[in-house]
Design a protein around this ligand. Structure first.
Ligand SMILES: [Zn+2]
Length: 251
């Protein structure tokens, strides 16, 4: 695998913007946030450990598939050329419209080819755009938390404590630590204190659940940030503080 993936940046940014709007519940050209996605317990089960691909990867794929099916169903001939153009950008060979007996069959074919190929090509890049903003991750995890709070202890006692919150994960995969350090640029996500010396010596810094376990937070990789010990202590078991501050590239 090459270190730098090729991507069609314009498409990635457009979809990332659409999915961000879904997460914030804003009106835009795509569908509204599909909370029913989180009612699937097998989807939620993914969040019991900090595994990649994350729940956000699953949601992005779900959203791309659902939106394409919906838009083809509602707008048909208005959008099918755009969808075919997008497929060609990814070098996916396509049959022409005149090889089908009717337009509905052609649109079903486009939808199937799109859903089979495009989400897996775009999802890693869309994930990176969204993961880079902690405030988007916080909003996403607030929605996950509202679904976790609905889970029954009797059904999920392998994963939940008796008060219905998720068991705390104490193991952080190296890949997750590396990703968080890169995003926070070695600084505390709340006060921006420079932690690079502490991190280098594996001293006191904290990997924090943005939405705490106690109020429905999960162990999905999207629910973590790096804090200094003081900010972690102040935030406590109920706080959901994060920030949209980042260490500036130009100082
Ligand atoms: Zn701090």
């Amino acid at each position: 695998m090459s270190f730098f993936r090729k991507s069609n940046e314009e498409i990635v940014l457009r979809y990332a913007s659409g999915i961000q709007s879904e997460i914030y519940g804003e009106d835009h050209f795509l569908l509204e946030f599909d909370s029913s996605f989180f009612e699937d317990e097998f989807v939620l089960k993914k969040t019991f450990k900090p595994c990649m691909p994350s729940l956000l990867h699953a949601y992005i794929e779900h959203s791309l598939v659902l939106n394409t099916q919906e838009v083809l169903c509602e707008c048909g001939d208005v959008v099918r050329d755009d969808i075919a153009d997008e497929l060609r950008l990814f070098d996916i060979p396509l049959r022409e419209l005149n090889t089908f007996s009717d337009e509905d069959s052609y649109e079903r074919y486009l939808s199937a080819v799109y859903c089979e190929n495009v989400p897996k090509k775009l999802t890693p890049d869309i994930f990176e755009v969204l993961f880079n903003r902690r405030t988007i991750m916080k909003k996403f995890n607030e929605t996950i938390a509202s679904q976790i709070q609905k889970l029954s202890y009797a059904r999920w006692n392998e994963y939940l404590t008796s008060d219905g919150v998720m068991l705390r994960c104490s193991y952080w995969p190296e890949g997750l630590k590396r990703a968080l350090f890169r995003r926070e640029q070695g600084h505390c996500a709340i006060c921006l204190r420079d932690l690079r010396n502490l991190i280098a010596n594996d001293e006191a810094y904290q990997i924090d659940h943005i939405i705490p376990i106690k109020i429905g937070g999960s162990n999905d990789p999207t629910n973590f940030q790096i804090l200094c010990s003081e900010c972690n202590k102040t935030k406590g078991g109920n706080g959901t503080d994060t920030s949209s501050f980042y260490s500036p590239l130009f100082k």
